[in-house]
Design a protein around this ligand. Sequence first.
Ligand SMILES: [Zn+2]
Length: 82
Amino acid sequence: MMRGLMRKIEEVAAEQRATRITAVDVWLGALSHMSDGHFREHFVQASADGIAEGATISTELSDDITHPNAEDVLLRGIEVET
Ligand SMILES: [Zn+2]
C-alpha cells in the first residue's frame, strides 16, 4: 500500500520536476486501517532518505464504508520545490 502511494507521489514529483516534496495530502478510506497517526508513522518510514522526507502531511479520514475506494489511501495532492 505505502509502496504504491510512494511511487505515485514520486511520479507526480517527477512530472513537476521537483527537487523536494514539501507537503502531501491524502484521503484515508474507512476500511484502509489507517488513522492519521498510523499513516504518519508509515509515511515517515517510507519516505526516509527520499525526496519526500520531512514533508508536511494532511489527512482526511473517511467514515464511509460504502465508498468505492473505502479500502484505499488516495493521494489528493502534493506541494513541491523545484
Ligand atoms: Zn501499519
